[in-house]
Design a protein around this ligand. Structure first.
Ligand SMILES: Cc1cc2nc3c(=O)[nH]c(=O)nc-3n(C[C@H](O)[C@H](O)[C@H](O)COP(=O)(O)O)c2cc1C
Length: 212
């Protein structure tokens, strides 16, 4: 492996572009995802940082029609309940959003954090055990970018009843759900978050950076 200090300007501008064009995707084409490509993207996960080198990420691949149907029903129920939390024009907007691609995504993965892993010997997680879960999120971010670099999209679904999903997928007790992920080729590309395009929310104008 080549060890280097800084990467060339051309690489850095491509990396910037990759990050700018990463989107949360909810609309997928039906083309299948090549297994080798998926595995290449998954291989980004162990490259992620993790508290105490605990590598607490655990992944369930959701493949069977039955498992997918229960996950979809779980989302639809949680989404209908979330809608009840809004009223007036906000409720109309919420109802118009597409918040998962679970009907179409060719690959679906549930990511978990093993809160009780012995790996890492508890380093860094004694006062803040949630650091293990944050470690899984860092891994998901690398996976997300690796997918995007291959032309694939990922959609994060969190509108779910996690306890029910865990039971339905027979996840071990110590695993906590981080998210349910839809993966496939996006119907379209955009440099703007879909929630911004749909008028739900806009990106902040400035980075909230303060000095003390
Ligand atoms: C922790 C987390 C949970 C999310 N849950 C959902 C979700 O349930 N449904 C959805 O459509 N998008 C979900 N998203 C995607 C966000 O809506 C999206 O990242 C944000 O609108 C910015 O858009 P972008 O990712 O395309 O830049 C989630 C993102 C994160 C980081």
């Amino acid at each position: 492996m080549e060890l280097r200090d800084a990467f060339p300007e051309e690489f850095r501008s491509q990396l910037d572009l990759l990050m700018r064009l990463r989107r949360d995707v909810r609309r997928f084409r039906s083309d299948p995802v090549d297994e080798a490509v998926l595995m290449r993207c998954l291989s980004a996960i162990p490259l992620a940082p993790s508290v105490g080198l605990s590598e607490p990420w655990r992944i369930l691949r959701v493949e069977s029609a039955e498992a997918r149907a229960t996950a979809l029903a779980n989302f639809e129920k949680a989404n209908a309940e979330a809608l009840q939390g809004y009223s007036g024009e906000r409720a109309e907007r919420y109802a118009g959003l597409k918040l998962s691609g679970m009907r179409d995504a060719p690959v679906q993965l549930a990511f978990y954090c093993d809160d009780e892993t012995a790996q890492g010997h508890g380093l860094g997680a004694a006062t803040m055990p949630e650091m293990r879960r944050y470690s899984v999120v860092t891994a998901i971010t690398l996976f997300w970018l690796a997918l995007r670099a291959e032309g694939l999209g990922l959609g994060w679904v969190s509108v779910l009843d996690p306890e029910k999903l865990n039971r339905d997928l027979a996840a071990p007790e110590s695993w906590k759900l981080i998210g349910y992920f839809c993966i496939g080729y996006p119907e379209r590309l955009s440099d703007t978050p879909e929630l911004q395009e749909s008028g739900w929310e806009s990106r902040m104008a400035d980075l909230p950076l303060e000095t003390r």
